[in-house]
Design a protein. Structure first.
Length: 363
């Protein structure tokens, strides 16, 4: 007997679906199983994505995705007429696809507008209690959000499909990120130039765009020193962001240049290709952590104010390093008292992180 909601939809008549995720890189990557599941359960459907332009590389080689449409945040910097032209061009492209199903996965109001403007027969979105009535009337199906983030974000995303009668299989829920041949070749060359063999190094990405998620440089240095003393090779990466590059520069200087530094030099696809060749990834709760998980690289993840129940590395061997003496975590705040510094993270002992590394390397 099949179980599901009374208003489950009939997938056999659907031709095209649009999945919208207008958030950051990691959030977009964590939607990748939605495309897999939807395509698997409706093989004849074409599934498109709508994301911010800077995040498209999280999805653009996904085998279940037909087209990736983008919104460029830089449109806001254009004059009124130029911005209107870009918006009209996007809307026209989306209308031309004639979607039967729209799946919106965030609180962004654009999802409700598009549900109305595109005229999809079915539209599903999270049931945010604080949203106005127009939000709820824009969608044919609303799915409940779990209280207090007690469910992984991948499963929350998949709840959108469960709400319309699609039950994901256990083997369909892995993250999908395809670096591509060009990224694979370039990273192979970069690693060879540094004398790094596949599975012969540890990938460490200490930074994040959010300072309150970062481990102090001095602790990162102490961990690297301990790894180097054991004969490990370490590859360091960072986003091309001034704050992250400044942190890495301090780490590089204090470790005496004994690391392979790729900070600010890799595209997202190259970062994925590099992670895939590492024997271990170490980092904070950030997009690179999720990228490493997608590449099935064992992961040591340092967590502070964000919650590992919702954001832990997904379906990969991993260890969570988090404070056991701060009962206030995970608080979700941008640092203690909003001060951009999270004591539950900055006070994490180096020894605890090193033990997590040892635990995974011993497997």
């Amino acid at each position: 007997m099949a179980y599901g909601p009374a208003d489950a939809i009939d997938l056999t008549g659907l031709r095209r679906a649009l999945v919208i995720q207008l958030r950051h890189h990691g959030d977009v990557l964590l939607t990748s199983p939605v495309f897999t599941v939807l395509k698997n359960h409706a093989p004849g459907i074409e599934v498109d994505a709508l994301v911010y332009a800077e995040t498209r590389h999280m999805l653009d080689l996904h085998p279940a995705i037909a087209q990736v449409h983008v919104i460029d945040r830089r449109w806001k910097e254009l004059g009124a007429m130029a911005r209107l032209a870009r918006e009209w061009g996007l809307l026209s492209a989306l209308r031309a696809r004639r979607y039967d199903l729209l799946v919106h996965l965030s609180e962004h109001p654009r999802g409700a507008w598009l549900a109305r403007l595109l005229g999809a027969r079915y539209a599903v979105a999270p049931n945010f209690g604080r949203k106005p009535r127009v939000w709820k009337r824009s969608f044919s199906h609303l799915f409940p959000l779990p209280p207090h983030a007690r469910r992984h974000r991948v499963e929350i995303n998949l709840d959108a499909l469960r709400r319309i009668g699609i039950q994901p299989g256990e083997d369909e829920r892995r993250l999908v990120l395809v670096p591509g041949e060009e990224a694979e070749r370039s990273v192979a060359g970069l690693l060879a130039a540094k004398g790094l063999a596949d599975r012969g190094f540890i990938h460490f990405h200490p930074g994040s765009r959010w300072k309150f998620k970062c481990w102090p440089p001095e602790r990162a240095v102490a961990l690297i020193d301990a790894l180097l003393k054991r004969g490990e090779r370490v590859a360091l990466t960072a986003a091309p962001d001034d704050q992250e590059l400044e942190m890495v520069a301090e780490i590089r200087e204090r470790t005496g240049g004994r690391i392979a530094d790729f900070s600010g030099k890799l595209t997202l696809k190259q970062l994925a290709a590099l992670s895939a060749r590492a024997k271990l990834f170490i980092g904070v709760d950030s997009a690179p952590m999720h990228i490493a998980a997608a590449m099935q690289t064992p992961t040591v993840a340092l967590f502070g104010p964000s919650g590992e129940l919702e954001w832990a590395p997904w379906r990969v061997q991993h260890r969570i390093v988090a404070s056991e003496v701060h009962p206030c975590r995970p608080c979700g705040n941008d640092g203690c008292g909003g001060g951009k510094v999270s004591e539950c993270l900055t006070r994490l002992p180096v020894e605890v992180a090193l033990n997590a590394v040892d635990s995974l390397l011993a497997r």
